[in-house]
Design a protein around this ligand. Structure first.
Ligand code: AMP
Length: 343
């Protein structure tokens, strides 16, 4: 199932890529431009009305285009999906498409924006040649020089009237003013995927396929999921779960959601309490360490003082002893002198 829109300026490769995706995924390309060209070629009343606007590079009226798209999407091959190419092209068409798909219960899956520089767009449009027989699209850059017939069916190659240089400018202008705002519209709906539209054809297709692939589960998440025992491996509970046994009213009470305001108020109180508890703890710790530090200082000072005190005492005692010793010496000397004189 693929329900996508290809968005992008004229020449951004929507048609070419839509054909490739169509072949690969088996869902039809629904191109508003092709439907209109067909109507013009068959000269249906709608085709006759649309012709002038197309040749001038203007948009055909929403009514005409929407009628053609509605008819095409109702066909059997579009039941399993579609690749919309060139539709919607303005915000009214985007609204109509949303309603149309809502009615059939098939909402859009993604919108791929083909991002191509203006220089490349002009080169592609001016060099484009289309086969009248099978509709194959070529560019003079890749065709053998002077080639005028289709490689596939031999049909005549021609230049679309709106690919003439004077019309190209108008079409790009219309894209800027009317279609480009859809980028933001689909971005806001979460549907937009931007694809770099320059490079090889297959390279661009690969980018588109990658953008459409479902997102890969992160490896870690996958591993965790695998490691978890599956629910059906768990032993069956011996008794019925509590919720089952509860009366209806109790059950209601259990699942009743707590009002957001209450939750917020409770969270605030907890935060306040936590804050003040933290402050108190810091104060206490500061006091404790200050006390400890003070004790240490006092102890040190006391030790020093004691040391000093002892040193001082020892010095005094030593002095006294020295004095005494000195006196004794002089007494001895006098006694000696006295004894000598007696002799
Ligand atoms: P395309 O082949 O998509 O470039 O379309 C060729 C021309 O057809 C445009 O320049 C318009 O004149 C007309 N056309 C195609 N699609 C739409 C649309 N969705 N709304 C109005 N006009 C369209």
């Amino acid at each position: 199932m693929m329900r996508i829109v290809l968005l992008g300026a004229p020449g951004s490769g929507k048609g070419t890529q839509a054909q490739k995706l169509q072949a690969k995924f088996g869902v039809p390309q629904v191109s508003s431009g092709d439907l209109l060209r067909e109507a013009v070629a068959r000269q249906t009343p709608l085709g006759v009305q649309a012709k002038a606007a197309m040749e001038a590079g203007q948009l055909v009226s929403d009514e005409i285009v929407l009628g053609l798209i509605r008819e095409r999407l109702a066909q059997d091959d579009a039941k399993n999906g579609f690749i919309l190419d060139g539709f919607p092209r303005n915000s009214d068409q985007a609204g109509s498409l949303a309603r149309l798909l809502e009615d059939v219960g098939q909402p859009l899956q993604a919108v791929l924006l083909m991002d191509v520089s203006k220089t490349a767009l002009i080169k592609r449009l001016a060099g484009r040649r289309v086969c009248r027989g099978c509709g194959a699209v070529y560019n003079i850059e890749s065709l053998p020089q002077g080639a005028t017939t289709c490689e596939r069916c031999g049909g005549e190659l021609y230049q679309r009237p709106d690919d003439k240089e004077e019309v190209i400018a108008k079409r790009l202008e219309v894209y800027q003013s009317q279609t480009k705002p859809l980028i933001e519209h689909y971005r806001q709906l979460g549907l937009l995927k931007v694809i770099k539209g320059e490079g090889g054809l297959d390279q661009v297709t690969a980018r588109m396929e990658a953008a459409l692939a479902p997102p890969k589960e992160p490896a870690e998440k996958k591993a965790k999921a695998l490691a978890k025992p599956k629910v059906d491996l768990a032993p069956a509970p011996a008794v019925a779960p509590v919720v089952e046994a509860q009366p209806a009213e109790e059950k209601k009470a259990v699942v009743k959601p707590v009002p957001k305001k209450k939750v917020a108020a409770a969270a605030k109180t907890v935060a306040k309490k936590t804050k003040s508890a933290a402050k108190k703890a810091v104060k206490k710790a500061a006091k404790k360490s200050a006390k400890k530090a003070a004790k240490k200082v006092v102890k040190k000072a006391a030790k020093k003082a004691a040391k000093k005190a002892t040193k001082g005492k020892v010095a005094k005692i030593a002095k006294k002893a020295a004095k005494k010793a000195g006196k004794k010496k002089s007494v001895k000397k006098v006694a000696k002198k006295k004894a000598a004189r007696k002799k």
